[in-house]
Design a protein around this ligand. Sequence first.
Ligand code: SAM
Length: 245
Amino acid sequence: SGALYLVPTPIGNLQDMTYRAVDTLKSVTMIAAEDTRRTKNLCRAFEIDARLISYHEHNKQEKEAWLVERIRAGDTIALVSDAGTPAISDPGADLVERLTAENLPVISLPGANAALTALVSSGLPTDAFTFIGFVDRHKKNRAEILASWRGHAATLIFYESPYRVSEFLNAAYEAFGNRRAVIARELTKQFETVVRGTLAELCTYAKDETLKGECVLLIEGASEQEQLESRNPEWWEHLSVLDHV
Ligand code: SAM
């Protein structure tokens, strides 16, 4: 049989394309791209002359059966998203699940990814981290989702649209209190900015500043005290009542 290659593409700086990514895109039978126009530009930059087909959120259901059949028949197919690593807050995971369920080969190339690039320069602990990605933007759902991570010890990594960073930070302050946090903006691009502070400081920063460009938001994990509090909320409530006696 053939194989599916998961090929990361740059998140801003074209030089982050790897030699292996270029070689793979040059040699596969076809490239399945989230946005064929964008991938065409990338191919032009690296002199890749490959057949492009579209695979995105809205046609992936119908395309998957066909892609699986192509791979079974011996085709090699590279999957690329608009930027970064496919299947991370981007289409791809369903296709990989189907292929692995049928024991067809999936080969993952390492490369650009916004979450890890942000994490390692954040100054927050990297020994344990949890990637959450995009959180539902509706106020009530967002508050519930954020609150559900309150007792989690690992560094939390979120993606957020530039238009909602301020809103997100305010909700995060409500859910987590004044923890340390980081905004990593425009990574690998000309105006790359990493802002480190407490959630209260970052709320103020994001309010004053028109935050343009893509952002990763990171929040420090729960302290031991916060982990205990979230495990036994009633117990702590009683204790705080006693505090006031
Ligand atoms: N698959 C991609 C990856 O591996 O990082 C993520 C795709 S997701 C649709 C896009 C989100 O990733 C943006 O909203 C932003 O949160 C984050 N992102 C992508 N590029 C970025 C960059 N250059 N700087 C900061 N965040 C970025």
